[in-house]
Design a protein around this ligand. Structure first.
Ligand SMILES: Cc1ncc(COP(=O)(O)O)c(C=O)c1O
Length: 380
């Protein structure tokens, strides 16, 4: 079996049968000629199948050590497809510290279709079992979490899911398969906002699911085609190209993330640094056991915990760009209290650690000296 750094480049790939193109062409077509009704080469209509998307889906399956990959128009479209496995009356147990858009999809869309969601802190997995009843169907995990970088023990969640015959889905956006492969720990579904590290260049919005089980794959392919939120051929090409350098980019994201976390920890104005590689991170041991390294996402608070000062700090940044999103080659900074979490009442957001001074960094792959100098001047 190929090693990970080979799979990112060759996993599930064959040279194009038409002319031997090394990269799959962008098959920008909606339909395919048939010689007689049903007489086609495996492709009938591009919502159902497209050769460029297929090449990407094979790559996705390969890098996550899965059997089946599915590409969607966005990360949220991928989550939407998972939720359509459920029926009214079903219940979901989800981590309480998760991407706000996922929370919105659960509570503002699927709750109205009769699905019940329980949000629990999963850093201690015992909290999950307390919420399981006869209607529970799915456990939804995100690790590391956004923006607090909490770590959830995937193997322990899988043991609970198996014991109670539930599906376990893991949002692997922050970690990527370079750092952790949830299917190997017993998860049933891996989900990605491929917009982030898989694409890696902040130029595409896309989602992905990867599974092993045949019957589950069949249901999800049915939903993918029936609901229709598929990724287009151009975007599929871009993410496939991104995946080819995933391992090289992630290695540098991790190196730079570590250097920044250590720099911030020593900075006199910084109160607390949230990065799972730090020994004082509350779930460092689990992170060390389930992740190969600790990634490039770093959050921190400052000693004064002042809202306005935090905004001034992010405004002063020059190499880091103040922007939503993460996982691209360029460093980004965000202020959750005024950006991603602005709609959550102050008291509520502070309960999960999103303080006024919290700044979240997506550490890119630029020269580390320039990144540190930029933070130094912004914090001065
Ligand atoms: C952890 C996580 N999951 C899911 C999503 C949603 O993905 P998309 O924006 O591609 O729909 C995001 C996007 O920020 C994310 O960070």
């Amino acid at each position: 079996m190929m090693k990970f750094n080979t799979k990112t480049i060759h996993g599930g790939q064959t040279h194009d049968p038409a002319y031997g193109a090394v990269m799959p062409p962008i098959y920008q077509t909606s339909t395919y000629a048939q010689t007689t009704p049903g007489g086609h080469k495996g492709f009938e209509y591009s919502r159902t199948h497209n050769p460029t998307r297929k090449a990407l889906e094979n790559a996705l399956a390969s890098i996550e050590n899965g059997t089946y990959g599915l590409a969607f128009a966005s990360g949220l479209a991928a989550i939407d497809a998972v939720m359509k496995l459920l029926k009214p009356g079903d219940e979901v147990i989800s981590t309480n510290d998760l991407y706000g858009g996922t929370y919105r999809l659960f509570t503002k869309i699927f709750q109205d279709f009769g699905i019940t969601f329980h949000f629990v802190g999963m850093q201690d997995v015992k909290a999950i079992e307390e919420r399981i009843n006869a209607n529970t169907k799915l456990i939804w995990v995100e690790t590391p979490t956004n923006p607090m970088m909490n770590i959830i023990d995937i193997q322990a969640c899988a043991a609970i899911a198996k014991k109670h015959n539930l599906l376990l889905a893991v949002d692997n956006t922050f970690a990527t398969p370079y750092l952790q492969q949830p299917l190997d720990f017993g998860a049933d579904i891996v989900m990605h906002s491929a917009t982030k590290y898989l694409g890696g260049h902040s130029d595409v919005v896309m989602g992905a699911l990867i599974v092993n089980d045949n019957a589950l794959a069949e249901k999800l392919y049915f939903i993918q085609n029936a609901s229709g939120a598929v990724s287009g051929p151009q975007d599929s090409f871009l993410v496939l190209r991104g995946i080819k350098t995933l391992h090289v980019r992630m290695q540098r994201h991790c190196e730079n993330g570590k250097a920044i976390a250590e720099f911030l920890q020593k900075h006199p104005k910084v109160e607390k640094v949230f990065w799972p590689g730090l020994k004082n991170h509350p779930n460092h041991k689990i992170a060390k056991a389930q992740m190969k390294d600790f990634g490039g996402m770093v959050s921190f608070t400052t000693k004064d915990n002042n809202y306005k000062d935090a905004i001034k700090t992010v405004e002063r940044l020059k190499v880091f760009t103040l922007a939503e999103s993460l996982g691209g080659v360029e460093s980004l900074a965000g202020h959750p209290a005024s950006m991603t979490h602005a709609s959550i009442p102050k008291l509520e957001r502070e309960k999960t650690g999103v303080l006024d001074s919290l700044i979240r960094l997506s550490v890119g792959i630029e020269d580390i000296d320039d990144l540190i100098a930029d933070l130094e001047q912004a914090l001065a």
